[in-house]
Design a protein around this ligand. Structure first.
Ligand SMILES: Nc1ncnc2c1ncn2[C@@H]1O[C@H](COP(=O)(O)OP(=O)(O)OP(=O)(O)O)[C@@H](O)[C@H]1O
Length: 230
C-alpha cells in the first residue's frame, strides 16, 4: 500500500534520516518504534510532505507522492493524526470535524464518526480547547478519518493519556483495522505497540535497525534500541 524507499531527510545541515525504507502493507498496522529524537516524527512528516526529503521515494498504491506539499499527499489518500493532537481550540467539535470532511461514496461522515465516538456527539458544541486529552485524541482521529484516507498515520496517540484512555485508543485502532484501514503508528508505549503491530520497525539515530514481528522483539533488541524490557 505504502512504500518508503531510501529516504534521506535534513533539517538545514543536519542529516536526520539515513536511507530509511519501510513497507506498510494493506490492512495491516505497522509500528515505528524508537527512543526520543531518533527520527520517527521526521519519517511521518517526510511521508506527509510536511518536510521534504532530499532523496528517496514514497509510493502510495504504485503512485509516487513525495516532493509534494501536504495537501497533495492528503488528496492522494494519506491522513495524519499529529503528535500533540493539534485541535483547533477555538472551534467546536463539529467545526473541527467539518474542517477536513472530504465526502466519498460509502465513506466517513460526521454521523459515522459520532457512532464510533459517542462522546464526541455529546460534546458536539463544546470548544476543542475545553475537551479532555482523550476527547481531543478522538477528535483528532475523527478529523483524519473524515478525509477518507487509504493510509492513516498516527504519531504517538497514547502520549499524555491515562491508562484507561490508552485502552480506548487501542480498541479504536483495532476497530479501524477490522474495517480494513491501513495504519502506520508511531509509539513509545511498547506494550501498546506489541499488542497492535503486524510489523515493527525500530529507528535508531535515523536508521532502520530492526524489522520484524512483535514476537521477534527480544530483550536484546529492546535493551539496545528502546532501553526497555518487558
Ligand atoms: N524542526 C527541526 N529543526 C531541527 N532539528 C529538528 C527539527 N525537528 C526535529 N529535529 C531533530 O531531528 C531529530 C529527530 O527528531 P524527531 O522528532 O523526528 O524524533 P522522534 O523519534 O519523533 O522523537 P520524539 O519521540 O521525541 O518525538 C532530533 O535530533 C531532533 O532534535
Amino acid at each position: 500500500m505504502l512504500q518508503v524507499n531510501e529516504l534521506n531527510t535534513y533539517y538545514g545541515e543536519s542529516h536526520i534520516l539515513h536511507n530509511v525504507s519501510l513497507t506498510v502493507k494493506k490492512g495491516e498496522v505497522t509500528v515505528l518504534l524508537g527512543r526520543n529524537g531518533m527520527g520517527k516524527t521526521t519519517t511521518i512528516h517526510s511521508i506527509m510532505g510536511i518536510v521534504l526529503p532530499k532523496q528517496g521515494k514514497i509510493v502510495l498504491e504504485e503512485k509516487e507522492v513525495q516532493m509534494k506539499p501536504s495537501f497533495h499527499v492528503s488528496k492522494a489518500g494519506v491522513a495524519l493524526v499529529p503528535q500533540g493532537r493539534r485541535i483547533f481550540s477555538n472551534l467546536t467539535v463539529k467545526e473541527n470535524l467539518l474542517t477536513t470532511h472530504r465526502p466519498q461514496e460509502n465513506g466517513w461522515t460526521i454521523e459515522k464518526v459520532y457512532d464510533m465516538f459517542p462522546r464526541l456527539a455529546e460534546r458536539e458544541t463544546s470548544m476543542g480547547g475545553n475537551l479532555s486529552g482523550g476527547e481531543q485524541q478522538m477528535l483528532s482521529i475523527g478529523r483524519a478519518l473524515l478525509t477518507n484516507p487509504k493510509v492513516l498515520l498516527l504519531d504517538e496517540p497514547s502520549e499524555g493519556l491515562s491508562p484507561l484512555m490508552v485502552g480506548e485508543i487501542i480498541k479504536i485502532i483495532k476497530q479501524l483495522k477490522q474495517q480494513g484501514l491501513t495504519m502506520l503508528l508511531v509509539e513509545q508505549n511498547l506494550l501498546m505497540a506489541m499488542d497492535l503491530a503486524d510489523q515493527i520497525y525500530i529507528l535508531n539515530k535515523g536508521k532502520v535497525v530492526f524489522h520484524g514481528a512483535s514476537d521477534d522483539l527480544d530483550n536484546n533488541v529492546k535493551n539496545k534500541y528502546l532501553a526497555l524490557s518487558s
